[in-house]
Design a binder for this molecule. Structure first.
Ligand code: LRH
Ligand code: MN
Length: 392
C-alpha cells in the first residue's frame, strides 16, 4: 500500500466550495428551526464560510444562490469576501419558488414564462460577470405529478431551446452546469431526472456545458461512483454537490451516512483524472461543492466536519496501490483486488492529516480550534434582531 508521505503533496490545494445557504436556516416541510447566531445578511453568511476556510484551509470559495443572495453591488460583495480570504464561486439559479413556475420554468408550455425563466438566468450570468464566477449551476424542479399531466417530449424540446439561449449568453471562461435529480418536488416525472438526460441536454449545447452530480439525487441502490466514472470518461462531469442521505434528498453531512460510498466515489474521481490541478490554470476539471442543510446541528461546525470528511476520504483513496490493484483486477484475483481497496479504506489517516495541517500552520484539530475560538459565542451575542436568513 502507498504511504501517507507519498500522497501528502496531492492533498495540497484541495478546494471544496461551500453553499451560502448552509449557513442560513433550512429544514423540512414540517419545520424550519431557527438558531442563535444565524446570519441575517449575505455578508454574515460569507463571514461564517470564511471561518471554515480559516480553520481547515479547504474551502476558498462560497457558492451563491439567486435570489437568496441578491445584493445591490456584487463587485463590492466580491471584495468583501476577498477581504476575508475567500472568493465568490458558483452561481445557482432558482426557478422553483416563483408562482409563475408552478408548471415549470424553462420547460413551460407558455413562451412568456419560459422567457421569464431564461431572463432570470441572464441575471445570474450578470452576477457571474461581476463576481468573476466560472459556473452557472442550473437545477430544475420542473416535472409533473400525474401520468398524462405533461407532454414529456415537448418539455424536453422546450428545455433544449431554453438552455440554448442561456448557453449562447455564457462567457468563454464560464460553464453551464446542469444538475439532475430523480424526484421532488415533482412526484411522477422530473424533466432532468438522471445523468443520462443531463448528459444528453448538455452535449447538445457544447463544450462549455457539463453535468452536476448531487450525491443525494439518485434512487436508492444506485452505484453513484459508476456514474461519476462514466461522466468523467465522457469528459462531462463538471461538479459535485456533496452531501449524504439515508433515504431521499436528506442533504446531511457528506460522509456521515455512508463514508465508504464517499471513499468509492472519490477513488473513481482520482482514477479517472478528475482530481487535482489537471487544468492549465491549475484548477481541477471537476468542481467539488457541498450542498447541505444543517437542520439540527451547528452550521459552521457542520460545514467544517463536511470538508474534513472529504479530505479524509480523499487521503484514503489516494493510498490505494493502483499498480497492485490493476494487476489483481487483470489477473481476475477477486478478493485480492477487493482487499487492496479495503486496505486503503481501513487506513486511519487522521493522525497523519493532523500533522499535515500543523506543518501548514493550520490547527491539528480544526473542530476543536473553532470551538475554542469564541467566534460562535461572538456571533450569537452580536446577531440579535433582524431576520435570520433562510431559503423560504
Ligand atoms: C436541489 C438542490 C440544488 C439547489 C438546492 C438548494 O435539491 O440540490 O442543488 O439549488 O438543492
Ligand atoms: Mn444540489
Amino acid at each position: 500500500m502507498t504511504d501517507f508521505a507519498s500522497i501528502a503533496p496531492l492533498l495540497e490545494g484541495q478546494a471544496i466550495e461551500l453553499p451560502s445557504w448552509a449557513f442560513g436556516n433550512s429544514g423540512t416541510r414540517f419545520k424550519v428551526f431557527g438558531s442563535p447566531g444565524t446570519p441575517r445578511t449575505v455578508e454574515e453568511k460569507i463571514a461564517d464560510a470564511a471561518q471554515v476556510h480559516k480553520h481547515t484551509g479547504l474551502a476558498p470559495s462560497v457558492a451563491l444562490h439567486i435570489p437568496w443572495d441578491l445584493v445591490d453591488d456584487f463587485a463590492a460583495l466580491s471584495e468583501y469576501a476577498q477581504g476575508l480570504g475567500v472568493k465568490l464561486g458558483t452561481v445557482n439559479s432558482n426557478t422553483f419558488q416563483d408562482d409563475d413556475y408552478k408548471f415549470g420554468g424553462l420547460t413551460h408550455a407558455d413562451a412568456k414564462i419560459r422567457q421569464k425563466a431564461i431572463d432570470h438566468h441572464f441575471e445570474c450570468i450578470d452576477v457571474m460577470n461581476a463576481t468573476g464566477s466560472q459556473d452557472l449551476k442550473i437545477w430544475l424542479a420542473d416535472g409533473s405529478n400525474y401520468p398524462g399531466q405533461a407532454d414529456l417530449r415537448g418539455r424536453q424540446d422546450r428545455l433544449h431551446d431554453s438552455l440554448s439561449k442561456i448557453y449562447d449568453r455564457i462567457g468563454d471562461e464560464q460553464r453551464l452546469v446542469l444538475e439532475y435529480k430523480f424526484f421532488e418536488p415533482a412526484f411522477y416525472h422530473t424533466d432532468v431526472p438522471d445523468w443520462g438526460t443531463s448528459y444528453a441536454q448538455v452535449s447538445a449545447l457544447g463544450d462549455k456545458a457539463v453535468v452536476c452530480l448531487d450525491t443525494g439525487h439518485h434512487a436508492p441502490g444506485t452505484n453513484i461512483e459508476f456514474i461519476a466514472m462514466q461522466l468523467l470518461r465522457l469528459g462531462k462531469l463538471g461538479s459535485f454537490d456533496f452531501n449524504s442521505r439515508f433515504y431521499a434528498d436528506d442533504d446531511l453531512i457528506v460522509g456521515a451516512a455512508d463514508p465508504f460510498q464517499l471513499f468509492r466515489i472519490i477513488f473513481e474521481v482520482i482514477r479517472n483524472g478528475g482530481y487535482g490541478p489537471a487544468n492549465p490554470d491549475g484548477t481541477s476539471p471537476v468542481a467539488f461543492m457541498l450542498d447541505e442543510c444543517h437542520n439540527v446541528e451547528g452550521k459552521i461546525p457542520g460545514q467544517m466536519r463536511s470538508v474534513l470528511n472529504v479530505q479524509e476520504m480523499t487521503a484514503r483513496a489516494l493510498l490505494v496501490d493502483r499498480e497492485a490493484l490493476t494487476a489483481a483486477q487483470d489477473a481476475g484475483e477477486v478478493l485480492a483486488a477487493h482487499q487492496i481497496l479495503m486496505d486503503a479504506f481501513y487506513t486511519d489517516v487522521r493522525a497523519d492529516l493532523a500533522a499535515w495541517r500543523e506543518e501548514r500552520g493550520l490547527p491539528a484539530d480544526p473542530m476543536k480550534a473553532y470551538a475554542a475560538s469564541g467566534y460562535q459565542e461572538q456571533i450569537e451575542a452580536a446577531r440579535v434582531g433582524g431576520t435570520q436568513m433562510s431559503w423560504t
